[in-house]
Design a protein around this ligand. Sequence first.
Ligand SMILES: Nc1ncnc2c1ncn2[C@@H]1O[C@H](COP(=O)(O)OP(=O)(O)O)[C@@H](O)[C@H]1O
Ligand SMILES: C=C(OP(=O)(O)O)C(=O)O
Ligand SMILES: [K+]
Ligand SMILES: [Mg+2]
Length: 593
Amino acid sequence: MMAGQNTFINEVTAKENKLLLCLLSVSPLLCPVLPSPLFQLLLLGRSPGLFCFSCFCLLHPAGEKKMHSGRLLLEEPIRMASILEPSKPSFFPAMTKIVGTLGPKSRSVEVISACLMAGMSVARFDFSWGDIDYHQETMENLKKAVKSTKKLCAVMLDTVGPELQVVNKSERAILLEAGSFIVLTPDQENEASSALLPINFSGLSKSVKPGDTIFIGQYLFTGNETTSIWLEVAELKGDDVVCLVKNSATLAGSLYTLHISQIRVDLPTLSDADKDVISKWGVRNNIDFLSLSYTRHAEDVRHAREFLSKLADLRQTLIFAKIENAEGLTHFDEILREADGIIISRGNLGLDLPPEKVFLFQKAAAYKCNMAGKPAVVTRVVDSMTDNLRPTRAEATDVANAVLDGSDAILLGAETLRGLYPVETISIVGKICSEAEKVFNQDVYFKHTVKYVGQPMTHLESIASSAVRAAIKVRASVIIVFTSSGRAARLIAKYRPTMPVLSVVIPQLKTNQLRWSFTGAFEARQSLIVRGLFPMLADPRHPAESTSANNESVLKVALDHGKASGIIKSHDRVVVCQKVGDASVVKIIELED
Ligand SMILES: Nc1ncnc2c1ncn2[C@@H]1O[C@H](COP(=O)(O)OP(=O)(O)O)[C@@H](O)[C@H]1O
Ligand SMILES: C=C(OP(=O)(O)O)C(=O)O
Ligand SMILES: [K+]
Ligand SMILES: [Mg+2]
């Protein structure tokens, strides 16, 4: 041991828990000589005056096996008959999270409750459609559903941004014939008809040229409907654009999205209407996530953050950049640095990119998010379930691939908003995710991530990765992590443990000089979009200091919670990540009866 560093052999004895293993802190210099893989380190502490040691002894490059080929699918041959065996029921639908867009078919207390029970953990309110009052009514129902089901749900506000829309006030269906011509006009006084469509953008004729392609589809178009049209720009006439209709279709509904491939729309990413909605509806409902539609530059995220920072508690709102077009794709790296998470918005991206390129963006973007430890959300997975009880085979396979690609969450749009089977959709998507998680090659992923992070790691990162490694080695049924800011829990999730992570959010008392309040609610809800994290709010009456006695009593509550929900059973092993005094500890406990 190096001078000045203590070796701790902890005697942590929870009343009902037998301590299996608990170790010590070691100098990093010693790591190479420790047997590898060693059951992982445990301690990160502070000796008087200086941060000392974090020991990171697993996966030291020396002695490690060479990296696998990198396939993120289990390499062991899969026994064919095992595919037909029914899956064991589990207390939670999947580690991958499901974001549901709430709307006409999913706004009653009953349906929202059923969505929560089926596994939806984030509710998306898309302001491209519906006004503040409409969404507030839905919100009130969500609150009732959360209360009655006792399922926590985060709230995401999705902006309109520079979305081009066609308004059909009369809502009468519009028949369009291939080969005919139609005029797009910014004059919104006009009624929509098969000869003329009013749009919300006056700069269209300055943005396009003859030969350009324009797409118009109903709000949350699904890609397998006959209600979308492709147009070719034929002629520009002042502010109007004359187009040739390329396919016959009937436009249905009150609102359509218009998309011009690879054209920059000169409108702000956060519009005045968005700012108004955020400062009214967003503030009133303490939104957990802002889904920033059509993020095209890192500056868009910085601007949104500055705006949120002035709105009371929305300082804590996380910003998810929606990458929906080629411009956002081009600036992806800088956007990722600035954003808290990414939405791979395949609805619009699927129009802006050639179809054969979409998968590559998804894989590259999810990977970059994983390495940055920021959540990746994939949209538009089971469009056909809007009208059908089962997804197509391609869709079912696509959901599984999104999980293997590393997504944290799946975002459902039309399927839950106006679909006939919102609850069934959530349930089926959850089941597919869960099956994919089982064959996700965690070993390859883990090693790659550790290598990517490099050395020296931050103390917390080494603790987090070690907790995951230890949990897998001892086949723990769950990892329990104590966290205040949520950072420790997110870092554990970054290493994609195969077991659920119970993140025990310890509230902290704070003041804004006017009133006292507790932190914790935002942090708990915000982990509901991260793969594998299951938050639990500790009782705020519980003292926040991480003394042994306090930790033990919170741990007991967490274990009881885990047992009550069926995630922890007698004789299970559990890995716990917490601070004791100044030292961060990873300990492994084995439960008795
Ligand atoms: N109130 C608490 N009691 C015990 N341990 C804690 C508490 N808050 C955080 N920890 C632990 O402290 C370590 C450092 O975490 P920190 O960076 O402070 O995380 P966070 O910001 O998530 O609280 C982690 O091991 C975490 O599990
Ligand atoms: C989710 C998407 O965006 P929107 O807000 O248009 O539904 C998408 O484009 O996939
Ligand atoms: K939107
Ligand atoms: Mg979109």
